[in-house]
Design a protein around this ligand. Structure first.
Ligand code: IPE
Ligand code: IPE
Ligand code: MG
Length: 269
């Protein structure tokens, strides 16, 4: 029952508005430091930005928004900061889930939940269940997420699903077991805070995603910066391996198998 689609196997539909935006929300600590505040003050303001961005994405018709909230490597931070972040996450769930639900937003959390307190896991599961049928926007929070963790857990689940299979694995065997198999691959990736790296975010899924980096710190991000990122996305030519000339004769409005897409003589431009 999976809606398997892959940017390396077929040509995705690329509209003017990205279907899926994935964001590394970076720079909270530096934002606070610049103001002589403790780092955690930046995280607190960062939650406000999350609210703003969810609303802006929803208004713009973006269908999937994925936010990197806590990486599998963030446990290496000072214990006080880690526990502040956990508390903030818990409080945000407490305060926001009903509002998300009223706004037609489906909430999903991806990551290794086994390290979280049972109470937090319970809140996550209840929030996901409450909002499961909503269709306006799917909001995914990546928490204790790592791209390598995701690939490894998907391999395990793939092998368990086909215990007799030993070789010749295809993307379609593997990708449905990734944590975000319910979503198309991101069209647009945004990272605030000036660093130009993936930091173990969605490694598999970013294969053909357009990247947008801004020096603005996460608490400074707003709807106008989102619009700038979308405008930049708009100006890109997404070729998925083909040549520019091919795109001009072979504009594909829909997802088509790559075998059909490579030779389509007689198709009008
Ligand atoms: C991003 O901001 C939030 C998390 C990683 C939880 P940072 O806390 O990484 O802020 P900087 O990069 O230190 O400024
Ligand atoms: C990436 O930010 C993770 C999140 C935003 C949750 P980091 O601040 O942890 O990334 P690095 O350590 O600078 O690569
Ligand atoms: Mg950082």
């Amino acid at each position: 029952m999976s809606l398997f689609s892959s940017t390396t196997q077929s040509l995705p539909e690329t509209g003017s508005i990205p279907h899926h935006v994935a964001i590394i929300m970076d720079g909270n600590g530096r934002w606070a430091k610049k103001r002589f505040l403790p780092r955690v003050a930046g995280h607190k303001v960062g939650v406000e930005t999350v609210r703003t961005v969810i609303k802006a994405c929803s208004e713009r018709g973006i269908e999937y928004l994925t936010l990197f909230a806590f990486s599998s490597e963030n446990w290496r931070r000072p214990p006080e900061e880690v526990s502040f972040l956990m508390g903030l996450f818990m409080r945000a769930l407490e305060e926001e889930v009903a509002k998300l639900h009223n706004n037609g937003i489906r909430l999903r959390i991806v990551g290794d939940l086994s390290r979280f307190e049972p109470k937090l896991v319970d809140m996550i599961r209840r929030g996901e269940a409450l909002t499961a049928a909503n269709q306006r926007l799917t909001l995914t929070i990546a928490a204790n997420y790592g791209g390598r963790w995701d690939i490894l857990q998907a391999i395990e689940r793939m092998l368990a699903a086909q215990p007799d299979k030993r070789s010749n694995f295809q993307e379609a065997d593997f990708a449905p077991h990734l944590a975000m198999a319910y979503a198309p691959e991101p069209d647009l990736f945004i990272r605030t805070g000036g660093e130009q790296r993936i930091s173990n975010f969605l490694l598999w899924q970013l294969a053909y995603t357009e990247f947008y980096f801004t020096d603005l710190l996460w608490p400074e991000f707003d709807a106008a910066v989102l619009d700038a990122a979308i405008a930049s996305y708009h100006s890109r030519e997404r070729r998925f391996g083909r040549t520019s000339e091919q795109l001009n004769i072979d504009r594909e409005p829909k997802t088509v198998p790559i075998s059909t897409a490579v030779s389509r003589p007689g198709q009008d431009a």
